[in-house]
Design a protein around this ligand. Structure first.
Ligand SMILES: [Zn+2]
Length: 293
């Protein structure tokens, strides 16, 4: 299997995990991985868990996170979930090239679902000149998420938190598509079989999805869980999570939606970011569908 595209079936739908690349999270731009991913984890337990995951805590100086978008061929619709990071880092912005490898041009995409307004999820909405890259698409976003990144009210809050860069990337990629966007504010079907799930916390209007066809289901958790260890410890939020208590509640909700048969797609987990969440009593564990070396 290559590390760029991985196709799989959910009932009658053909889905493809498509890599946009990866970004290295390390000081000085980001906190060290443990502080970035698990700021509230008790140190002793965290070290033990990291060892179980073959991570040496004292040598863990950078976290290399894959960015994996998802394409869904759902009956006559061609749907893209998130548009990647464009040129955010030296190894990001490969989405279009990898779509092309699948024989898909940006014009072929009729629906783009944006899970939230962070640069790694909407950075590929527009060209350098600010033109929409997916000219025929209807964009779908949770209403409070759109409002958060575009309203004057939250601009002040975002600036106070030193997130000007995030704001400017959101503006560059959201304002040019404002006439192409459908905002959702309740859990309903975006398209037949594709349902929006409110999972606020990582950002104010973060959205997960269920993709159902026949009796098969894909649960797109996006950034509700950023690292597989968050599945085992849903109370351990990340430093980038805007509203930690909501993240924990949203994660529990998703864990309750999960069944043995559910396939789970996670944007930041090792490529292709697909697996099952195994449950034993009140404990959960991530089981990748396959490992890519
Ligand atoms: Zn992300």
């Amino acid at each position: 299997m290559n590390k760029e595209n991985f196709a799989f079936k959910i009932g009658d739908f053909t889905c493809t995990a498509i890599s946009d690349g990866s970004l290295t999270y390390a000081p000085p731009v980001f906190p060290a991985p443990t502080a970035f991913l698990f700021p509230n984890a008790p140190k002793g337990i965290l070290e033990q868990v990291l060892h179980e995951h073959n991570i040496q805590p004292e040598h863990w100086t950078e976290w290399i996170s894959p960015y994996t978008c998802l394409m869904i061929n759902a009956e006559e619709h061609r749907v893209l979930v998130d548009t990647g990071a464009d040129g955010l880092g030296p190894n990001t912005g490969n989405l279009l090239q990898n779509l092309q490898r699948q024989g898909v041009s940006p014009r072929d995409i009729d629906t783009v679902i944006l899970t939230h307004g962070h640069p790694d999820h909407l950075g590929g909405n527009t060209t350098l000149e600010g033109k929409p890259i997916f000219p025929n698409a209807r964009f779908v976003m949770w209403k409070s998420e759109w409002d958060f990144w575009t309203s004057k009210q939250s601009e002040q809050i975002i600036k106070e938190h030193g997130m000007e860069l995030l704001l400017s990337i959101a503006h560059k990629n959201l304002l040019p598509i404002q006439d192409m966007v459908t905002l959702v504010d309740n859990e309903s079907e975006i398209l037949p079989g594709i349902r929006a799930i409110a999972t606020p916390g990582h950002t104010p209007g973060h959205m997960a999805l269920t993709i159902s066809s026949k009796d098969e289901q894909l649960l797109v958790i996006a950034d509700a869980f950023i690292h597989p260890i968050h599945i085992e410890h849903p109370d351990w939020y990340a430093a980038i999570d805007a509203i930690p208590q909501q993240v924990v509640n949203s994660r529990r909700r998703l864990l309750n939606l999960n069944t043995e048969k559910t396939v789970v797609s996670a944007f930041h987990f090792p490529f292709p970011g697909l697996g099952h969440i195994l449950q034993k009593g009140e404990e959960w564990k991530w089981q990748p569908i396959l490992k890519v070396n």
